[in-house]
Design a protein around this ligand. Structure first.
Ligand code: PHE
Length: 339
């Protein structure tokens, strides 16, 4: 009987396990209810008392050896199939939350899409600029208040480098290296030294348009702006142009659109005027063209520029622009769009 045990031990050691099937055969042969080892335990009661001790030790050894071998090979063949078998397939899937675009990006993209229908192409420029591109070439007088530290962030002590205060600097960069026709749209981030409040921020976004060619007139500007206003605010929208002043345009104007909330009847969004102020515009000043080596006798053109935050406020009726920069998901999740 004891000799029989040592041959079983040999069998356990030499049993060839090379896949899940042979592993299962091993388990059935040695460890299942009717398998060899439980049978040996079963027959323990028939062993002669003198041999019981030795027999007991040996069958325990066999049991440990068989279990160890089973465990080692089970780990080896623990495939994904098995782990799927152990998972609860009725559990709900992990959700994959979808982000949404920032309202400023939505409106920026929408404005770009509208002007691209009129043939405008996107141009971008640096946020850190020099005096020439932000002020000098744009016909700002040397003592213009915008050049003051109160209004502009300077990057170095000598006041040579500054954070651009408007996207008009991109006009200069493009006109310096391109001869007309030019028809560009310039979105970008701008910086002004302002106290942060519900209606003002020191970092904000503008989008600017420029069109230079032969025979471009103020009527062309007005037509482009009317098309834009109707695409963005609805086909019933009216526009009006009020005289204004910018150093780089002459004549200059401010454009209002009829209030899209009340349809021009008067409400608290338009402060009961029926009109919303939307952008600044005008015919490019001949000095600006000449500063960029464009012949102002041959070419004329117009420019316009608007604050994106303001348009977003009007479109979505947002009362405090600090919300744009607070990364509050409760605010951001409300915006979904095609753009
Ligand atoms: N750059 C002007 C501003 O920041 C806007 C503007 C652009 C006005 C182009 C006229 C033409 O207010």
């Amino acid at each position: 009987m004891l000799a029989n045990l040592s041959s079983i031990k040999e069998e356990i050691i030499n049993f060839n396990i090379d896949n899940k099937d042979s592993l299962e055969q091993f388990r059935i042969k040695f460890l299942s209810k009717k398998g060899i080892i439980p049978q040996l335990f079963e027959s323990f009661k028939n062993v002669e008392p003198a041999q019981k001790k030795e027999y007991g030790v040996l069958i325990n050894e066999l049991k440990v050896a068989a279990n160890e071998k089973l465990e080692t090979f089970s780990n080896q063949f623990d495939t994904t199939e098995q782990s799927i078998g152990q998972s609860d397939l009725s559990l709900p899937a992990n959700s994959m939350p979808l982000g949404s675009r920032h309202p400023i990006s939505i409106i920026k993209n929408e404005i770009c899409a509208i002007f691209s229908k009129l043939g405008y192409v996107i141009s971008e420029g640096p946020e850190i600029e020099d005096d020439w591109h932000v002020f000098g070439a744009l016909n700002f007088a040397p003592d213009h208040p915008a050049r003051d530290m109160q209004d502009t962030f300077f990057v170095n002590k000598k006041e040579e480098l500054l954070l651009r205060t408007h996207t008009s600097s991109v006009q200069i960069r493009i006109m310096e290296k391109t001869q007309p026709p030019i028809r560009i749209l310039m979105p970008g981030r701008v910086f002004r030294n302002e106290a942060i409040s519900a209606r003002a921020h020191c970092v904000f976004h503008q989008i600017e348009g420029l069109y230079i060619d032969e025979n471009v007139s103020f009527a062309d500007l007005k037509q482009n702006l009317l098309f834009f206003a109707r695409e963005l605010f609805g086909s019933q929208t009216k526009i009006r142009l009020r005289p204004s002043y910018f150093p780089f345009t002459e004549p200059s104007a401010e454009m209002d659109v009829s209030c899209s909330i009340c349809g021009g009847k008067g409400c608290n969004i338009c402060k009961y005027s029926g009109w919303l102020e939307v952008l600044g515009c005008g015919m490019v000043h001949p000095n600006v063209l000449e500063n960029c080596k464009i012949d102002s006798k041959k070419y004329t053109g117009f420019a316009f520029g608007m604050g994106i935050e303001r348009i977003v406020m009007l479109k979505y009726q947002i009362k405090d622009l600090r919300l744009y920069f607070e990364s509050d998901l409760r605010f951001l999740k409300q915006f979904t769009s095609a753009y």
